[in-house]
Design a protein around this ligand. Structure first.
Ligand code: AMP
Ligand code: ZN
Length: 382
């Protein structure tokens, strides 16, 4: 464990871990006017949106890489977001379009499909009995908005890269939570700038301030340098008291949470953090695709660092030498297992835990066979 502290400066948790723990068709699609107006093939896919095994890559393919607008319309509708915000579906659609347009489709991983995936996971978690019972409608709305915007305008480079390169964003945010600060600030700027897409224009000042605070808190919680702090607080303030509380039912326990806004905040942080890195808990084929995408984005960063003579912040992610199975095993061991054990103890997520165990076995099997790629050569179908 000493490696967690050894030499950790501004690096995000996983960069640090990786640097030390070495060992379709795209026909033109117009945007729908209403949720009832989406092309049948998209509507059909979205019918399965409430399932954890929903295939976001199929949605990416049939929507010409605009899954966020379509999934957003459906999910926000299901959770009564337009009613809560007192905004029309046209405003919501314009907002989703504007946010999606500000994700970089050129990023291998941090594009609008990742945002849609995090939105999907967040909506799934909000449907779990204990989560639903613990939160207010405002929290649900804030969580869905936070998931949607949480990586907007991500440049496909990490915080450390931006700091090392002396980028404008790093200077603007004093090398502190650079990307997370940017995602939140930009999303609010873009939203209120144009009344056509201002989903907040009809809510009163106090409501807006509370909602805005909740959204900011959640997006900032996705920063990985604070990972262990957030997980520990959740375990100590939510899981432990819950385990000792034998008398009250789940339902009573959850309802009681509504009297403790600080605990609601910890639940919301944990929820978006888990949604953000839920890809190792997806069905194997989806998990493999995500691992390929994040690896490619990291490889591209390492390439650029070498080209520009910048420090290589994640030497493990060198496309010439990387073992993807090893990198996934490290990521799961370091960040995923404990966090999802804690989240599962609260939210009860047997399907995710089963996928996680299965996916972990896949990476272990490849590593034992000294295979460095995403799957066995015999299974390569692309
Ligand atoms: P975000 O940038 O908001 O998506 O934060 C999540 C962090 O976890 C990012 O630094 C991702 O690069 C990292 N991450 C997510 N999934 C994986 C994965 N399968 N392997 C390695 N890192 C991951
Ligand atoms: Zn993310």
């Amino acid at each position: 464990m000493e490696i967690i502290f050894d030499g950790l400066r501004r690096l995000s948790g996983n960069e640090y871990m990786f640097s030390k723990n070495t060992n379709l068709s795209h026909s033109h699609l117009s945007v729908p006017n209403t949720i009832n107006d989406v092309p049948p093939c998209i509507a059909q896919l979205l019918d399965n949106e409430e399932s954890w095994d929903f295939n976001i890559f199929e949605l990416e393919a049939v929507t010409n890489k605009r899954p966020l607008v379509y999934l957003g319309l459906k999910v926000f509708g299901r959770f009564g977001v337009p009613e809560f915000l007192n905004c029309s579906e046209a405003t919501l659609r314009a907002w989703l379009q504007m946010i999606e347009a500000n994700y970089h489709s050129s990023n291998a991983y941090h594009n609008s499909t990742h945002a849609a995936d995090v939105l999907h996971a967040t909506a799934f978690f909000l449907g779990k009995e204990r989560v639903k019972g613990s939160l207010d409608h405002l929290d649900e709305v804030a969580a869905l908005i936070a998931a949607t915007i949480h990586d907007v305008d991500h440049p496909g480079r990490t915080n450390s890269f931006l700091c090392n390169a002396g980028s404008e964003l790093a200077v603007l945010y004093n090398d502190t939570a650079v990307l997370e600060s940017h995602h939140t600030a930009l999303a609010f700027q873009l939203t209120v700038k144009d009344s056509k897409c201002n989903i907040f224009k009809n809510i009163d000042r106090n409501h807006y301030r509370t909602l805005r605070q909740a959204i900011i808190d959640m997006v900032l919680a996705t920063e990985m340098t604070k990972h262990f702090e957030h997980v520990n607080k959740f375990v100590n303030s939510i899981n432990k008291p819950m385990a000792s509380e034998e008398t009250s039912s789940d339902c009573e326990y959850a309802a009681n949470m509504k009297n403790f806004p600080d605990n609601q905040t910890l639940i919301k942080r944990m929820m978006i953090k888990c949604a953000d890195v839920a890809n190792p808990c997806r069905p194997l084929e989806l998990c493999i695709e995500w691992a390929g995408r994040i690896s490619e984005e990291y490889f591209a960063q390492t390439d650029e660092e070498k080209r520009q003579g910048l420090p290589v912040v994640m030497p493990v992610f060198d496309r010439n030498t990387c073992s993807i199975p090893k990198s996934q095993i490290s990521f799961i061991d370091y960040f995923i297992t404990d966090m999802f054990d804690a989240w599962n103890a609260f939210a009860h997520l047997p399907v995710l835990m089963q996928h996680l165990a299965n996916n972990y076995k896949h990476w272990k099997m490849l590593d034992e066979l000294k295979c460095k790629s995403l799957r066995l050569p015999s299974e390569n179908n692309n």
